[in-house]
Ligand binder design. Sequence first.
Ligand code: 2NE
Length: 270
Amino acid sequence: VFDDPANPFTDIIYEKAEGIAKITINRPERRNAFRPQTVKELMRAFNDARDDNSIGVIIFTGKGTKAFCSGGDQSFRGKEGYADYDSFGRLNVLDLQVQIRRLPKPVIAMVAGYAVGGGHVLHMVCDLTIAADNAVFGQTGPKVGSVDAGYGASVMDRLVGPKRAREMWFMAKFYNAVEADKMGLVNTVVPLEKLEEETIKWCREILRNSPMAIRVAKSALNAVDDGHSGLQQMGGDATLLFYGTEEGTEGKNAYLQRRKPDFSRFPRLP
Ligand code: 2NE
């Protein structure tokens, strides 16, 4: 099924319209818990949304109103991570987190119901979170013998501060949408029935703004925390902008025309 072009996805729904991509985890009977296959499909969809230059913003959500995502599907968990069709386990959701973080377009988590465990980490690595009034947030790992010591710890620390982050991880408590809003975990809380409408409103507002400014803002906001890879991402933006200049083009043209480049007309700005 995975390679069938007519039906490329089993665990997710992928839609695109009006500059917006919507990626939905489609396992509501499991509260949208992910298995390795789910993550593989999510990565393919996010990659497509990244490469499609008609897309300016991505909504990430879960099917139904009971859950955004309840983390790793525990029935697929083994000693090496999560395993479904492979004979070995993996933690490929960590690759998905990095992909969302480095994707040069805003990703909005649209959360109804539970965003818990690895599902809570997924909403945290998104750029924005719009929560329905029935949303519930929290880490469950310590209750089921698991922990996300990567972005699950560091991004949370940035969002809610060191004391609250310790509380969330040590006690594995759940927080309602209003509490999450007060803690800085989400951008806004809206009535469940208005969730999609409000999220699309936010998308449209973003789409009215300069794509390059947004791209650079995202990489700049992540740069310090992401260390070398954050700087590499922002450096890539500088190269991208430079390639669009006459100065950059003169260098390429001179090489192709087998002549010395003439950079003398370009200013050495203060
Ligand atoms: C999400 C929550 C709180 C929902 O509770 P409720 O009462 O609304 O639903 P219920 O009845 O618990 O769940 C409905 C069905 O979904 C399954 C349940 O087993 C149940 O199945 P049936 O009895 O109908 O057959 N289900 C829900 N979440 C599941 C999961 N994650 N894996 C497998 N089946 C799941 C409640 O369901 C809950 O607490 N779920 C578990 C949350 C959890 O502990 N997630 C894993 C954390 S670890 C992790 O995600 C992780 C990590 O820490 C590091 C790296 C990667 C992943």
